[in-house]
Write a protein that binds this ligand. Structure first.
Ligand SMILES: [Zn+2]
Length: 189
């Protein structure tokens, strides 16, 4: 047997296709050829390792990775949605509150008083519109920030909260002014 044949027999051995006679011939070659003997031993070690260690990636490996990436995307999106929902909620509540206050304000007034109140209310409404305009500007800044790089997001967010703070202060001022008007009206009646 030459080395070429010994290699073929070795492969057949690991495939489990080697018969007893061939096996004996192979062993005979290993006795006289150290190279083939070492190759066979090395190959045996590798085969043993493969047999006892599952080295294939899990079948759903890619699926799991994609799922994780997707869930991260969802969490990121949810966070953005939550911030926007809270902002819309605050705006909505303040808007309803203002509308109710203005509606109450019109009750039990003479035509002249009503006309006067209408003028005041127009001022108040322009205030509301100004505030809403600012809030929309805030939303626009936020959306721009989200699509931008991290530093831009940080800067825009700082700017955003500054605007929200100013906007809320302005709304508070308007509400306070309207409550003061209602109180004064109550005193007169
Ligand atoms: Zn050999």
């Amino acid at each position: 047997m030459n080395c070429r044949q010994a290699q073929d027999f070795s492969m057949k051995y690991f495939d489990g296709d080697l018969n007893d006679i061939e096996s004996a011939q192979l062993k005979q070659h290993f006795k006289v050829c150290q190279n083939c003997s070492e190759d066979f031993n090395n190959m045996s070690s590798v085969m043993e390792f493969l047999q006892y260690n599952e080295i294939e990636p899990p079948r759903d490996f890619e699926e799991n990775v994609m799922e994780k990436i997707y869930s991260l995307e969802v969490i990121r999106k949810k966070r953005t949605d939550t911030v926007l929902t809270v902002l819309y909620g605050i705006t909505g509540l303040l808007f309803i509150l203002l509308a109710v206050i203005i509606a109450i304000n019109f009750n039990g007034l003479t035509i002249f008083e009503a006309a006067e109140k209408l003028g005041d209310s127009m001022n108040a409404w322009s205030g509301v519109m100004f505030t809403l305009y600012n809030l929309f500007k805030v939303f626009y800044n936020m959306l721009t920030g989200i699509t931008g790089v991290f530093l831009q997001v940080a800067i825009v967010l700082t700017k955003t909260y500054y605007y929200i703070f100013i906007a809320l202060l302005f709304m508070l001022f308007v509400i306070q002014k309207m409550f003061a008007t209602i109180m004064r009206q109550g005193d007169e009646v």
